[in-house]
Design a protein around this ligand. Structure first.
Ligand SMILES: [Zn+2]
Ligand SMILES: [Zn+2]
Length: 337
């Protein structure tokens, strides 16, 4: 299929406004980049944080979207990691400098000069996108484009959060049973963890969803689990969940905050932290996280549950995500042509 000059895209012109459907030029791949025909792009809560102005200084105008699954259609100068026709995924981490204090220590996820797909670089809410070959992943053959898309952020950030909970965790709590949770729950259950799912009080359908994915217990986030947790992952952007999770966690347990933005954490008694409990955040991802998760996912096998929307219904998908009306992950499908 020839590459057109113009493409359909959903564009953020200014935070606080809905995305606008526009025709924009198809980007050209620079040195070391690939041009990708986007087939599917996941909708992530971070996209809402960017649109709401909760993440400062996005590129503007911006094409959001950082769970991109597509096909390489053109190579930039010196691009050798992929060939035309390869199926690739593009995650949130789009570029790092490779030589700051953090990159030199293998912590590229917190690179001082990192660039992020769909935030400081244009992303995948469009028919085409360009990406640096070094930050793209080959997609596992077992996954269709729409099924693969949620692995690229919900899966990767979820996996990094899961890893940070520690190796010897038996009883794992997950707060917020959305896209990340539904992927990591499957990995955790496969690896023999006992899973406790916490949802918005009264959200019975999410509890049912969690049980279906293997949770031993599902309850309201303001309730105590039947036994203390060894670790808890928080995927909902709600600061109140930090003391709630600490209260549910045993001595030496870790509470991992997996989101990029969270409302303020209310003050809490030191006794909740006492006993060598740990609270930590997880920031972005490393390429190693991506390689590991994409290797593990087909073995489990992780089955993503996706709700599909045509590209031009991106605002509708985002609204539904905001209202907690997405089971699993929302994914945009691009128009052909
Ligand atoms: Zn994301
Ligand atoms: Zn760096």
């Amino acid at each position: 299929m020839p590459i057109p000059d113009m493409m359909r895209a959903m564009v953020l012109e200014k935070p606080g406004q809905p995305l606008r459907a526009m025709d924009v030029p198809v980007p050209r791949p620079g040195p070391g980049q690939v041009l990708i025909r986007v087939h599917a792009c996941g909708v992530c809560r971070t996209d809402l944080h960017i649109m709401d102005g909760e993440l400062a200084h996005p590129k503007l105008p911006l094409i959001p979207g950082h769970e991109i699954a597509g096909e390489v259609v053109q190579l930039g100068e010196g691009t050798t990691a992929f060939a035309v026709g390869d199926r690739v995924g593009v995650p949130w981490l789009g570029w790092t400098d490779g030589d700051c204090h953090y990159c030199r220590k293998g912590q590229e996820n917190v690179c001082d000069n990192a660039r992020f797909t769909g935030y400081t670089l244009d992303g995948g809410y469009a028919q085409f996108t360009v990406a640096d070959q070094r930050y793209c992943f080959p997609l596992p053959a077992a996954y269709s484009y729409p099924d693969a898309a949620p692995l690229l952020c919900a899966g990767l950030i979820g996996y990094r959060s899961y890893r940070m909970a520690g190796e010897d965790v038996e009883r794992l709590g997950i707060y917020g049973f959305g896209a990340a949770a539904h992927i990591i729950a499957q990995v955790a259950v496969h690896q023999g963890k006992k899973l406790y799912a916490f949802t918005r009080p009264g959200d019975e359908s999410s509890k049912e969803f969690a049980r279906r994915l293997g949770a031993a217990w599902a309850g309201d986030s303001d309730k105590a689990p039947p036994e203390p947790l060894d670790a808890a992952l928080i995927f909902a952007p709600v600061g109140e969940l930090v003391p709630a999770a600490l209260r549910a966690t045993a001595k030496c347990g870790t509470v991992v905050c997996g989101g990029i933005h969270m409302s303020d954490i209310p003050r809490f008694a030191y006794s909740l932290l006492w006993g060598e409990r740990v609270v930590r955040s997880v920031a972005n991802l490393t390429r190693q996280d991506g390689e590991e998760l994409l290797a593990i996912a087909p073995q489990v096998p992780v089955k993503t549950e996706v709700q599909l929307f045509p590209l031009e219904q991106a605002n509708e998908a985002l609204d539904r995500l905001r209202r907690g009306q997405i089971e699993g992950a929302a994914v945009l499908i691009m128009p052909v042509g």
